[in-house]
Design a protein around this ligand. Structure first.
Ligand SMILES: [Zn+2]
Length: 173
């Protein structure tokens, strides 16, 4: 069984219980997504900066445990204003709290020694990728339901980066 996202075939585990193949897309705020899947095949949560909270985890648990979604995809994108803002330590109202949730990824970016701000595209790209990985780690850690389903092979969690210029998605191994 496989699902195609942006032309990428994602293979999932065969399951006799599987009634429908759905994908839960948890992504940064991209405004121009298009999918070839049918109605109800894609659960999508879009939130600036790809931050995680209880409501989003609850949505993921509903999609996977209740509806039968087989793939959780955490999808970042290049030139993300949220990531750039976090890299620039932007502070503005409630946005401050949201962007603070990206700071762990900035902290974990150890390869860039100078120009660690939003003007450094390489730095921003590294932070974006690290942030996707950290988000996936948190999904596993903070949702025992999803972690158990993954352990049993009932779903897969994939991370990727959507390149807004080429339209291509790089899926992490
Ligand atoms: Zn973004």
């Amino acid at each position: 069984m496989c699902v195609t996202i942006y032309g990428i075939r994602i293979f999932t585990i065969e399951s006799s219980r599987m009634k429908l193949l759905t994908v839960f897309i948890f992504q940064f705020s991209i405004g121009f997504l298009s999918f070839s899947q049918g109605l109800g095949d894609v659960f999508s949560v879009r939130i600036a900066g790809n931050i995680l909270n209880e409501d989003i985890l609850g949505s993921m648990e509903f999609a996977t445990k209740v509806v039968g979604t087989k793939v959780i995809m955490v999808l970042g994108h290049t030139r993300c204003g949220g990531i750039v803002g976090a890299c620039n330590h932007v502070e503005m109202g409630n946005l401050t709290t949201l962007l603070n949730k990206i700071q762990p990824a900035i902290f974990n970016e150890k390869t860039t020694t100078e120009n660690r701000d939003g003007s450094n595209e390489n730095f921003v790209n590294n932070v974006t990728e690290i942030h996707v990985h950290l988000t996936i780690d948190r999904v596993r850690r903070e949702s025992p339901i999803i972690a158990e389903m993954e352990e049993k092979g009932e779903l897969i969690i994939v991370g990727g980066i959507y390149d807004v210029e080429t339209g291509e998605v790089a899926i992490f191994e």
